[in-house]
Design a protein around this ligand. Structure first.
Ligand SMILES: *Cc1c(COP(=O)(O)O)cnc(C)c1O
Length: 237
């Protein structure tokens, strides 16, 4: 059955409660954890429901879908993040349009974003997306290349790296992704201690509907939750 508008509000509250429990378990303050509604494939009216239920941001996967829904007022009053892979030919539209581009996965893409931001006279906030489980099928930078991309970012004044993002494998078993989340937290803490220019390790974005509690237990302060808020997505309609 279709998830109704009322369900969306209830679901946001339920997800918040689960985040709070996981945070309490880990001795953390739940208000430090930002809830990003992964709103792909949900129409403007449904997205507005999630916004009015108090999510901290919306996350969209495709630039085109974002532009259409934005024109319909889907996100009014709410920051929007790009969480899907950014194609190089969409950089021009994306820079300045999103409050945070979470999915920077190569130095070439970083440089394109920096160039566009410079042209616009703005500073674009980004996260570096890591392929933490080394999956062939996934976008994301190999963790070994992280020092190199951070050094490149330090030379780009129109870019501000705000943290790291990861999409580990779809978790089939509770607890399965915890080691990946733990590795991400280690990298996050390590980089933070190094103090590169233009890099402030503020956000560690990890955890989706199937595993956000484990991500919170391992230090995530930004979780991206789609189906637990909006219901299952209907592909191929
Ligand atoms: C769709 C999506 C999510 C949310 O997925 P759910 O399993 O529905 O919570 C999170 N992050 C990214 C990058 C996504 O594309």
């Amino acid at each position: 059955m279709e998830t109704t508008f009322m369900d969306i509000e209830k679901n946001v509250a339920a997800v918040r409660a689960r985040i709070a429990d996981a945070a309490a378990e880990a001795g953390r303050n739940p208000s430090d954890i930002l809830l990003v509604a992964a709103s792909k494939m949900n129409g403007a009216e449904r997205v507005r429901r999630a916004v009015s239920a108090g999510v901290d941001a919306c996350g969209e996967n495709r630039v085109q879908e974002f532009l259409e829904k934005n024109a319909q007022g889907a996100y009014t009053g709410c920051p929007v993040h790009l969480i899907g892979h950014l194609q190089k030919n969409k950089v021009k539209q994306a820079v300045g349009a999103f409050d945070l581009i979470e999915s920077v996965d190569s130095e070439a893409l970083l440089r394109l974003i920096g160039g566009r931001a410079e042209t616009l006279g703005i500073v674009q906030d980004v996260l570096i997306e890591l392929n933490i489980a080394d999956e062939d099928s996934k976008s994301g930078l190999a963790p070994a290349l992280l020092p190199q991309i951070l050094e490149a970012a330090a030379e780009l004044p129109s870019i501000r790296v705000r943290g790291l993002m990861a999409i580990p494998p779809i978790s089939t078993k509770v607890g399965k992704n915890r080691p990946y989340f733990a590795q991400m937290q280690e990298l996050f803490i390590d980089i933070r201690s190094k103090k590169y220019d233009n890099i402030s390790m503020d956000f560690l974005s990890m955890g989706m509907s199937g595993d956000f509690e484990d991500a919170v237990r391992e230090g995530a302060n930004m979780v991206r939750v789609g189906s637990a808020i909006f219901g299952a997505r209907h592909y191929g309609l």
